[in-house]
Design a protein around this ligand. Sequence first.
Ligand SMILES: Nc1nc2c(ncn2[C@@H]2O[C@H](COP(=O)(O)OP(=O)(O)OP(=O)(O)O)[C@@H](O)[C@H]2O)c(=O)[nH]1
Ligand SMILES: [Mg+2]
Length: 417
Amino acid sequence: MNLYKVDTGRERAILVAVDIDGTGEMALDELERLADTAGADSVHRVIQRRNSFDSATYVGRGKAKEIGEAAKSLDADLVIIDDELTSAQIRNLEDITGTRVIDRTALILDIFAARANSKEGKLQVELAQLNYRLPRLIGMGLTLSRLGGGIGTRGPGEMKLETDRRHIRQRIFEIEKELENVKRHRDTLRERRKKLGYYVVALVGYTNAGKSTLMNLLTGSDILVEDKLFATLDPTSRELVLESGRELLLIDTVGFIDKLPHDLVQAFKSTLEEAAYADMLLHVVDANSPHLYEQMKTVDNVLESMDVKKPMITVYNKIDLIEDTNLLPRIEPYTFISARDNEGISDLLTCIEENLPMDVFKVKFLIPYEKMNIVSTLHDDAIVIDEKYGEDYIEVEAEVDKKMYMRYEEYRDNSKS
Ligand SMILES: Nc1nc2c(ncn2[C@@H]2O[C@H](COP(=O)(O)OP(=O)(O)OP(=O)(O)O)[C@@H](O)[C@H]2O)c(=O)[nH]1
Ligand SMILES: [Mg+2]
């Protein structure tokens, strides 16, 4: 390592991809953004066209040597590989290049580690990191022996990451137990939301599409918005009242990315489930992205893998940056907006309104006389079909929306259909 190098606090990285299907340049563009977010500058890019990954060294052995030479002459701190590697591949590549090697998964986990804020988020990231690390302890020679850390060695917060197998297993066990509790809490919250009869609408989409910007605009909240990947990790929910008076809960969620690490999906299950429990999804798309199709496909794939099938509106965002919206795929329903310039928002709200499931329930309520106010609410806000004044109760037959259906659950007459 060059002791006289100017310390910018940023690492110098060589980015490497094996290109099997011709998408190498695109993959490295994204890897470069990920590296930038994690605090590394790309000093060199290497793409090798091959039919498959080399099982021992990922790229071919000759290419690995070249990378080592480039690392020396460019004074690189690390090599970042665009796919997930085995511990043997990491070890072999470190031996040949003489440089620290991390893979795409470690890079993404590192970004998540630096960005986790909530207790749940930190636990989820730590769990994902430990699960990633456990089978790779032998491989991570240079990474773990490195003093002073660097990308790939950071834990959530100031936590030092374990390197001892037995401790790791113990810690995984503890975290899983803690996350169970968090999950139960989340389930309770979800139940409560359901009881209140809220329609839940979740913002989903590729990272950096503008989900949080839209959330802030619609609900006046101040969620962190950044031109970096994975600005949002924790789901945030806020109330939104539509023109018609219908109230919904809007949820901002963690962004998706191509080749989302399996350990992260597992650890973030309860967070990702926010989309699964929503009544409707807004798929926010960066309409200006050169990789728009691939990003939309990735989002579809992640949702599919979680078995999420919900009514969805495609929301093309950042139209202030594009000249021709005619080139965008038109899968109904869709809208064009600029969350930055507050454009197209009323169309979006109308579109939400039109596509919300219109649940109407025909029910009979048995309402005690001291709750006369409920009867008048039903007259005001629902359609009363029939009304009988009995001995103990007022029997009201009415058509109500989901919200009222849930709100007056305890007065429903369940004795007959
Ligand atoms: N030009 C333009 N930029 C936008 C628009 N909406 C969002 N951005 C920018 O896009 C970047 C990402 O925005 P975010 O709202 O953080 O995106 P996100 O989808 O929440 O991203 P993650 O939380 O990282 O998944 C920021 O720099 C925003 O200022 C828009 O309509 N037009
Ligand atoms: Mg966000």
